[in-house]
Design a binder for this molecule. Structure first.
Ligand code: PAF
Length: 293
């Protein structure tokens, strides 16, 4: 670690017990704690979560941990971006108070295996395409929640299914944390920010806009068409887009996270996933709420 980084205000912990004790003192002083779990490669989406945590709570904790158990592809895990110096600079700039930066053996025993029943939320959409992914996510998030014991935890709407899975776990295990969903942060042309966007080749970066376009199309069509018609027209649109291999486009009840077949007096959300070359992109948009940020 460079001396510049070592000298700054952000406190960095690698050890679970040490951060836990440190945060006990923060809690005893009456401060509320906001937690932003990440896998690093921080972009404006993550930084908006830090800002939201700063607005809502007195003390902001971020974690950076590239969690091996949520990757189904070893190569994907190896290649995941880890620009730690850059991340530290951003966390300081956005006035994060504490970073938890553990190694893998701090979080997992080599013989560890457990899973949690997730009401089938882990087997649909992303879970169907990435078997075991949400078991990995819930394993690490449970450990991080136990370590940090924050009042609030902040997640980006972009991984909407992840929030549904974590919310289910929080209810089921009665974890005392309130989840805050923050809006998707997009590039100027609409592409949802993601740590994986850096891997898109220039031509693929343009093709990837089809996902945002499919969602704005769905949002528009939804005003005048049935759910079935919207799904058909949006799937046809995606099929016509060069370079896009659609994995799913679905319309779900945003609260129960069950598919809907007809319009109801509930918030509905369109979710899309596609492959562009070697990269998978996901995105979503509420259909009956103004959310074209
Ligand atoms: O969304 C992410 O970055 C990860 O899935 C999370 C929640 C940090 C768990 O590893």
């Amino acid at each position: 670690m460079s001396p510049l980084i070592a000298n700054c205000n952000l406190k960095i912990f690698n050890n679970r017990e040490a951060i836990h004790h440190y945060l006990d003192d923060i809690r005893s002083s009456g401060k509320s704690i906001g937690f932003v779990p990440t896998m690093g490669a921080l972009h404006a989406g993550h930084l908006s979560l830090i800002e939201a945590a700063r607005r809502k709570t007195d003390f902001v904790v971020c974690s950076i941990f590239v969690n091996p158990t949520q990757f189904n592809d070893k190569k994907d895990l190896e290649n995941y971006p880890r620009p730690i110096e850059d991340d530290l600079r951003k966390l300081r700039e956005f006035k994060c108070d504490v970073l938890f930066l553990p190694e893998v053996d701090e979080m997992y025993n080599s013989s560890e295996f457990w899973s949690i029943e997730l009401d089938n939320l882990d087997n649909i959409l992303e879970g169907r395409i990435r078997p075991g992914h949400y078991q990995g996510v819930t394993q690490i998030v449970k450990k991080l929640f136990d370590t940090v014991q924050s009042d609030f935890a902040f997640f980006g709407q972009k991984d909407y299914q992840q929030i549904m899975v974590i919310a289910y776990m929080v209810r089921k295990l009665r974890i005392k944390v309130k989840l805050v969903i923050c809006p998707i942060i997009r590039e100027n042309d609409g592409l949802a920010m993601s740590s994986r966007n850096v891997y898109l080749l220039p031509a693929e970066r343009l093709q990837a806009l089809a996902l945002y376009k499919s969602l704005t199309l769905a949002h528009e069509l939804f005003k005048t068409h049935s759910v079935k018609q919207v799904k058909k027209k949006v799937n046809d649109f995606l099929e016509s887009c060069p370079g896009i291999e659609t994995e799913y486009f679905e319309i779900y009840n945003a609260r129960t996270f069950k598919p809907i077949t007809s319009k109801r007096a509930v918030t509905m959300i369109a979710l899309v996933a596609a492959r562009i070359g070697k990269i998978r992109i996901i995105d979503n948009m509420y259909l009956n709420k103004e959310n074209l940020y």
